[in-house]
Write a protein that binds this ligand. Structure first.
Ligand code: KG4
Ligand code: ZN
Length: 342
């Protein structure tokens, strides 16, 4: 069977074609360049770009496979959660194709699709149930008990920002573009000093599986302001003329990489602590990572090391492109929904 899968929930226009579990085409048009001036995604701008790009991306995936639309058996598309104007571009195109071809439409939940990204290029047998799954993206941040293929129980979630959002905001605060995760991570990797723990490791209650990143974000802002104030007193002309935007230009490179290093380590520490706490509470020896932040190589390395030490099985998406928003995860979830009648 051939499945045509769409993902337009945020700022990637992504379409994939599957032949059963085999990904035979994937094309993604990113909007990073267009969202750089605002250092964040403006939903209406994203929707307009999806509308401009979606048919081009569709032509590309069809060309990659040599298939024509009428050979497709199922159409799948992310339905929620996400930015509504963005979601509706993909949904409108996908549902129209499904109606015109008279082929079934498979609605897809975005978070579930991120979790199923762990099945890309893997057999179902490689998954262990139950598992504990940390889903961490720009728009969401949860821990689930993954009981069986289609059974997820929410164990904890963020009370405010997600970790990805915190990465994005820190990058913006230091004037370093968008999306924040890869930018902050790269700067952090350039710092050679010791980890000092200058930011709070917010864990809420000792036994809680919920997250909170807004306090961490505010303390990064206070640290930046403190360093800018010191730099401006050292430079009288800056003190007189500094708006926040141009004051950022006076943060030294050393300051930026140290702040990124301290911030990234603190986020990784919080995520890792909560993930293993959940696994210990549930007495489960299998853990899974999903979502945009799972592209972070240091996060994967730290969890891997701890999992090895403690004898846990650890799975994360087999390629970084499967961590971020992409239509391959939509297609693989659609495949299992179809064959399992879900
Ligand atoms: O899943 P995703 O592509 O979109 C949402 O569903 O939100 O996740 C995007 C988020 C952004 O906040 C981005 O900064 C973060 O994932 N991200 C990373 C990395 N790559 C992307 N965060 C940390 N380290 C990375 N390497
Ligand atoms: Zn996502």
């Amino acid at each position: 069977m051939y499945i045509l899968a769409f993902e337009t929930s945020c700022d990637d226009t992504s379409i994939a074609i599957f032949e059963d579990t085999r990904l035979i085409a994937l094309d993604t048009k990113s909007q990073i360049k267009e969202h750089l001036p605002t250092c964040g995604v403006v939903p209406e701008v994203a929707a307009r770009l999806h509308a401009n790009n979606v048919f081009l991306v569709l032509e590309n995936v069809l060309a990659q496979t040599g298939l024509s639309l009428d050979q497709i058996d199922y159409i799948a598309c992310t339905e929620d959660p996400g930015l509504l104007p963005s979601l509706y571009v993909g949904l409108t195109v996908a549902k129209t194709i499904s109606k015109l071809l008279n082929k079934p439409f498979i609605p897809i939940n975005h978070i579930q699709a991120h979790i199923f990204a762990n099945l890309l290029e893997r057999d179902l047998g490689e998954l262990e149930f139950p598992s504990v799954c940390l889903t961490v993206s720009g728009g969401h941040n949860e821990i689930y008990l993954w009981k069986s293929l289609f059974e997820l129980e929410l164990l904890g979630q963020t009370q405010d920002d997600s970790a990805g959002e915190a990465f994005d905001k820190v990058a913006k605060m230091i004037g370093e573009g968008f999306p924040g995760g890869p930018v902050v991570s790269k700067l952090a990797s350039e710092y050679n000093g010791e980890f000092k723990g200058i930011f709070p490791k917010v864990l809420l209650d000792k036994e809680s599986l919920n997250f909170s990143f807004s306090g961490l974000k505010s303390s990064v802002k206070r640290e930046i302001d403190k360093r800018i104030a010191i730099l401006s007193t050292e430079n009288i002309s800056t003190k007189v003329s500094a708006t926040r935007e141009n004051a950022i230009n006076f943060l030294t490179y050393e300051d930026k990489i140290e702040i990124c290093f301290e911030f990234e380590n603190t986020v990784i520490d919080i995520l890792t602590t909560k993930l293993f706490l959940a696994a210990e509470q549930k007495r489960i020896k299998s853990i899974v990572l999903a979502g945009g932040v799972s592209a972070n190589s240091k996060l994967k390395r730290i969890i891997s090391e701890e999992a090895n030490k403690k004898g846990y099985k650890f799975l994360y998406p087999s390629k970084p492109v499967y961590s971020q928003d992409n239509a391959a995860m939509v297609g693989i979830l659609a495949y299992y929904k179809i064959i399992k009648n879900k």
